[in-house]
Design a protein around this ligand. Structure first.
Ligand code: FCB
Length: 442
């Protein structure tokens, strides 16, 4: 029988050079109150009743700002090859534009050197959601100017650390930035407004493109996009449910892959969003579609979708599914990862190298951590099946190294390979951490 405390895979099952890493994000771990960072829209979103569990914010988080060396040691000791981290716009430019916080730049400079000293490839994300409040005041993602502001910030940080960055992606999960934050209102800035959403859906991709151009202009290579994908399954076999699932897929998955790789948006999504789009949006695809070197897929779950004819467009709703769920209430569905890997490789972004840039689960199991091991194992197996079908998958990053600030869920949901006690901030590697170390060494 399989040992529940061990992974079924080993590093030797993968091609030479396959990258194993862990991922985190600045606001979720650093501690935003340290080191002169400016306020961001997550601070005010969290301070508004009803948005975040216990109104928790990222002020202290895991205090990675002071404990980064020990955290990098944990990754080196696990035998990981790479660290996918993010840099905070609000830390580097507290007002989003203009004045630079030297201390913030110095922090990332040390951090990147610390990775190299430990043999970890630095994989940088330039925006993982902490929009400086001063830019939020100017309309944030609703304002087209954000594409220029973002490119300026990206130029500033990459001038400083870019010479040592192994790979970079501008924006983590554009769907969350645009749709979750401006249509569903579940993430900062918390809008529930189709016009705001349509603008953010477009501007987030435009900013992706201007950031890619800015990094190319500095001479950087190995640039990609990190997109999140959710498998959309119709709740039943009716034509209405199938159409609703198709539309969910268009908004969630195909909008972003379509914009970047095909320079077009899916018709089904445009049917609802077009009247709310910014002027001349069709002219931006040359920028949005800047050539990339790789695509990253963040994958967690699937959704069951039903038609909801009584509500306005998109006239659909999510229905609780029957599969086992994680602590987030997300169904466990590794076949969805296989689906998106093969779809990207054959249809959406043919021949582009792919990385799984996030995969993991929230599970509170304190000691055995068997659920995390089983979840990761099942998804790694799905990834290997895709590779056996010819998918050019080059790496896999676990979300996350540490238990951390899980956005609207506060500190309640534990995604880490390493347990964090949020009173003492003590780190304690979980069984999944030890199992991963054994798999990578063996
Ligand atoms: C992703 C985010 C990441 C984390 C995981 C659970 O959507 O990129 O910050 O919250 O989900």
């Amino acid at each position: 029988m399989a040992d529940p405390a061990a992974f079924a895979f080993a590093r030797s099952d993968f091609p030479e050079g396959f990258v194993f890493g862990a991922a985190t994000a600045a606001y979720q771990i650093e501690g935003a109150r340290f080191g002169g960072a400016g306020p961001c829209h997550w601070d005010s979103f969290a301070a508004t009743p009803g948005n975040v569990v216990r109104a928790e914010d990222g002020a202290t988080a895991c205090d990675h700002y002071h404990r980064w060396e020990a955290d990098l040691d944990l990754m080196r000791d696990a035998g990981l090859d790479a660290y996918r981290f993010s840099m905070s716009w609000a830390r580097v430019m507290p007002e989003g534009r203009g004045a630079v916080n030297r201390e913030g730049l110095d922090f990332y400079d040390r951090l990147v050197d610390g990775m190299l000293a430990r043999g970890l490839q630095p994989w940088a994300t330039l925006y993982h959601w902490e929009l400086p409040s001063a830019l939020s005041d100017l309309g944030g993602w609703r304002n087209r100017d954000i594409a220029g502001w973002f490119a300026d910030y990206v130029t500033l940080v990459m001038r400083r650390v870019g010479d040592r960055i192994h790979a970079a992606a501008p924006v983590n999960e554009p769907w969350c930035v645009a749709w979750l934050g401006h249509f569903l209102g579940l993430h900062a800035p918390g809008f529930r407004d189709i016009r705001a959403a349509a603008r953010a859906m477009h501007h987030v991709l435009l900013a992706h493109g201007t950031a890619i151009q800015a990094m190319r202009a500095l001479g950087h290579g190995n640039l990609g996009a990190v997109l999140n994908f959710e498998y959309a399954a119709p709740v039943d076999d009716s034509a209405a449910a199938r159409q609703a699932a198709r539309l969910y897929d268009a908004i969630y998955n195909r909008w972003f892959a379509g914009g970047i790789f095909a320079q077009s948006y899916p018709e089904a999504a445009l049917a609802g969003l077009e009247p709310h789009m910014p002027a001349n949006w069709q002219d931006d695809f040359a920028t949005i579609g800047e050539k990339l070197d790789w695509v990253g897929i963040n994958y967690y779950t699937r959704k069951l979708i039903a038609a909801d004819p009584a509500s306005p467009w998109p006239r659909l709703r999510e229905v609780p599914g029957p599969l086992p769920k994680t602590d987030m209430g997300w169904e466990i569905y590794p076949d969805g990862l296989y689906h998106f890997l093969t779809w990207l490789s054959r249809v959406a972004a043919p021949r582009l190298p792919i990385y799984v840039t996030e995969n993991g689960l929230a599970a509170a199991t304190p000691r055995e951590d068997v659920e995390r091991i089983a979840f990761l194992d099942a998804h790694v197996a799905a990834a290997r099946r895709a590779m056996a079908q010819g998918v050019d998958l080059r790496g896999y990053f676990v979300w996350s190294l540490l238990d951390n600030y899980e956005w609207a869920a506060g500190y309640e949901k534990r995604f880490g390979l390493v347990h964090v006690d949020f009173d003492t901030l003590e780190r304690q590697p979980k069984a999944s951490y030890h199992a991963l170390r054994a798999a990578l060494a063996g």
